[in-house]
Design a protein around this ligand. Structure first.
Ligand SMILES: [Zn+2]
Length: 116
């Protein structure tokens, strides 16, 4: 038997870039947005215009500008829910196999495939 290495067990992130999601808990609850990035190692997602943080920057010699910039901070995957593009509801979805043997996500509510 191998020695088990200590590492973060990644949950199965079924969300992808460009998915529309709704935040279901926390400060940003109720907000919706498009996923800009999925950080699988950390189980986090970056959502457009959600969970914005302000960062102060110094004037840089290259741009000559400084001040406050706003940027998205990542959210835990468990805090967001996929919105079904077909029935426009934040929903649970199941994995299913398509005719071509590909994995696709299926909305539990309207039974439509979310992918493809
Ligand atoms: Zn649906």
């Amino acid at each position: 038997m191998r020695k088990s290495k200590k590492k973060v067990e990644p949950v199965r992130v079924r969300l992808k870039k460009n998915d529309l999601v709704e935040v279901i808990t926390g400060r940003e609850k109720g907000k919706t947005g498009k996923i800009l990035k999925v950080v699988r190692e950390k189980n986090q997602v970056l959502i457009e215009k959600v969970n914005m943080i302000k960062r102060h920057t110094r004037p840089s010699p290259t741009t000559g500008q400084g001040g406050i910039i706003e940027k998205e901070a990542p959210l835990q995957v468990s805090k967001v829910m996929l919105i079904c593009p077909k029935c426009a509801t934040a929903t649970r979805f199941t994995l299913t196999l398509t005719g071509e043997g590909k994995k696709a996500r299926k909305c539990r509510k309207c039974k439509e495939l979310i992918d493809g």
